[in-house]
Design a protein around this ligand. Structure first.
Ligand code: 13P
Ligand code: SF4
Length: 319
């Protein structure tokens, strides 16, 4: 549409005027992902977003994604201005892990190393020994286990279960879940697979164990796109937010991609496999944040220093 074109031009101009760069997650709108790519920003998984923002020389980062991604960018680059199209975009994992309750849980298990998923508030990260994203979680827990450490894991129980199965580590799990990935159903995927027996199944490990169990590949968003390229299958069933199809299809234009069903009867549900908070990012509020400096992320300095340590451990970790 013409209005979109005008917004895109405005955003491009404002990015230059503000010495800003756009850092977008794969689950945001296609137009936002395209803009990030066209303007020298990045489209990535949550670990790569953090790395990109921290090393980029721009004085302003515009983070299109959900709140924890903006907070992580600010914790890593306090000297930069960090803007988000909306500060309302949270995550069910973050909401389901309030800092005070989490802190009490940690206090009750002082013998355990505290590892939290990046999808948490700065206050929860500040209580942790390690922060991990899904792309690095298995490697970090393997490392900790090899040192004989017992783990307290939060907040995603499905990802925690997956890591425990992969590594055999002693992990005590917080009871949180992603409302998007929790909807995928093994039965629906199996039904689809019986129609396309040659299809490979790609799954984000925030999905329930029954779904991860039938996956050919489980991994972060970037890892799933990588797998789409390296697998020889020309049909792929993908269980993650459907925002990923934009970049995945570009990466494998010759392959057929299927959305994994979110209902047991094999029907796809158009609104299920899309994160409602990621969907709050739009061209309009993106332009507004750059124009009016709305949606700026602030993190209290003492909290920032404490959350920085476990985040830096992740960024410095070599498997
Ligand atoms: P990735 O690190 O795989 O991008 O995951 C972030 C996320 O929120 C998935 O739901
Ligand atoms: Fe959080 Fe799930 Fe949305 Fe990712 S898809 S931001 S884990 S609610």
């Amino acid at each position: 549409p013409v209005e979109d074109e005008a917004r895109i031009d405005e955003i491009k101009r404002l990015l230059q005027e503000r010495n800003a760069v756009l850092v977008a997650h794969y689950y945001t709108d296609d137009a936002i992902q395209q803009l990030a790519e066209d303007t020298g920003g990045c489209v990535a998984d949550s670990l790569e977003m953090a790395r990109f923002g921290a090393r980029h020389e721009a004085s302003t980062l515009v983070v299109a994604g959900v709140r924890f991604m903006g907070e992580t960018a600010k914790i890593l680059s306090p000297e930069k201005r960090v803007l988000m199209p909306t500060l309302e975009a949270t995550c069910s994992l973050d909401v389901g892990c309030p800092a005070d309750e989490f802190s009490a849980f940690c206090d009750a298990h002082p013998d355990r190393t505290v590892v939290v998923y990046a999808n948490t508030s700065a206050a929860v990260k500040a209580r942790a020994d390690w922060v991990v994203t899904s792309s690095i979680a298995v490697d970090v827990i393997e490392h900790l286990q090899s040192r004989g450490e017992k783990i307290l894991w939060a907040p995603d129980k499905h990802l925690g279960h997956y890591i425990r199965e992969k590594t055999g580590a002693d992990m005590l799990l917080w009871d949180g879940a992603c409302i998007v990935h929790e909807e995928f159903k093994a039965k629906g995927i199996e039904d689809l697979k019986s129609l396309y027996p040659d299809a490979a199944v790609l799954v984000h490990p925030e999905s329930p164990a029954s779904v991860v169990d039938i996956a050919d590949v489980a991994g972060s968003t970037s890892q799933l796109i990588q797998a789409a390229k390296s697998l020889s299958n020309d049909k792929l069933i993908v269980a993650t937010d459907r925002g990923i199809f934009f970049k995945m299809q570009q990466a494998v234009p010759e392959k057929t991609l299927f959305e994994a069903p979110t209902a047991g009867n094999g029907a796809t549900c158009k609104s299920c496999a899309h994160c409602p908070w990621m969907a709050m990012n739009a061209l309009d509020n993106l332009a507004g944040s750059l124009r009016n400096l709305d949606g700026e992320i602030h993190v209290d300095d003492d909290l920032r220093q404490r959350a920085l340590k476990p985040l830096e451990r992740m960024l410095n970790f070599k498997a």
